[in-house]
Design a protein around this ligand. Structure first.
Ligand SMILES: Nc1ncnc2c1ncn2[C@@H]1O[C@H](COP(=O)(O)OP(=O)(O)O)[C@@H](O)[C@H]1O
Ligand SMILES: [Mg+2]
Length: 309
């Protein structure tokens, strides 16, 4: 498989401040949906921002590593070149569809803008119809305003706009977190179908292992700015190896009617107070001395001194 998106030892940090993403490597192949999962504050969104080249504050920067899209290192491109790639080769979808839709513009206008931003201007009406059909929305949606659409329909309009230019890769950051569970399933099905049918590479960011199970082939588990485990979805759910992955799984698996779901004690450390050694060690039930001082390297898809212990 050739990687469409190849993230290599990526570091993101605040200027003169903490490191938010600490040397992660990931790759997304054509037709693949890679899940990036972890609790809130793990650095998942910062990873997405780095790929898009848009950080929430100017002080946040990529400090080392490479992000190759179809072989080109994005971190070496000018801001202008990156702007041209966004929306054309990299599509993006975020958590809250409402905040990305202008209440005064129809769904059709939003999709039209996705084409116009990249210089595609002729025959927009049939292109908009095709973009809506691609996300299973009727043609009549083109004339509707955001407030006339349901949350699920709004997210479909944004996905239609994101896919309008046929990007190689789609970055979806918690795309269904704001939606009802029943609506969520339809959106995930749509993403999976696009990957399979068109060879789109999808990086699906979520805090929800259920979403990963439903949608992804491969999954990377992120904790406190690092990847702690990476595996096929099948393997990860059958035999999780990192104690953090085991804890995440235990907290979502149905524990039976009488038992309360297992809740992992503690929380992701703040970026200015990262523990030494393995960053998970203060919460880890298997901790030994070595874990407190020496960060474990990724070996065979897991970064843990106690894996297999
Ligand atoms: N604007 C910002 N400036 C500095 N640090 C930030 C900013 N936004 C988020 N962070 C920090 O970056 C880390 C990673 O955050 P984020 O990528 O949003 O996590 P996730 O998406 O996994 O929930 C967290 O420690 C968070 O507090
Ligand atoms: Mg996030």
């Amino acid at each position: 498989m050739t990687a469409l998106l190849d993230i290599d030892a990526l570091r993101v940090a605040v200027a003169d401040g903490p490191t938010l993403v600490d040397g992660i490597s990931l790759s997304v192949a054509s037709g693949q949906t890679l899940g990036l999962v972890g609790e809130s504050g793990s650095g998942k969104s910062m990873t997405a921002h780095a790929v898009l080249g848009l950080f929430p504050a100017p002080s946040i920067q990529v400090t080392s590593g490479a992000i190759r899209l179809e072989g080109i290192d994005l971190t070496r491109l000018s801001a202008d070149a990156r702007r041209r790639l966004r929306g054309r080769r990299i599509g993006m979808v975020f958590q809250d569809p409402s905040s990305f839709l202008d209440p005064l513009l129809t769904a059709g206008r939003h999709i039209a803008e996705a084409f116009r931003a990249h210089g595609v201007t002729p025959d927009l009406a049939p292109r908009i119809q095709a973009a809506l059909a691609r996300v299973d929305l009727p043609a009549s949606v083109a004339g509707r305003f955001p407030h006339e659409l349901s949350g699920g329909q709004r997210q479909r309009v944004l996905i239609a706009a994101a896919l309008a230019m046929d990007p190689a890769v789609l970055i979806a950051d918690e795309p269904t977190t704001a939606l009802d569970v029943t609506v969520q399933a339809g959106i995930l099905d749509l993403l999976r179908r696009e990957a399979a049918a068109r060879g789109l590479g999808v990086l699906l960011i979520t805090h929800d292992l259920g979403v990963v199970a439903e949608t992804c082939n491969e999954v990377a588990v992120m904790y406190a700015g690092r990847i702690v485990e990476q595996a096929t979805v099948h393997r990860l759910f059958r035999a999780p190896r990192h104690p953090y992955t085991q804890g995440l799984l235990a907290s979502v698996l149905d524990p039976g009617r009488d038992a309360a779901p297992f809740a992992m004690p503690g929380a992701v450390p703040p970026s200015h107070a990262m523990p030494a050694g393995c960053r998970f060690h203060p919460r880890c039930p298997l901790v030994v001395d070595q874990c407190r001082t020496i960060p474990p390297a990724m070996v065979d898809g897991v970064a843990c001194w106690r894996a297999g212990a």
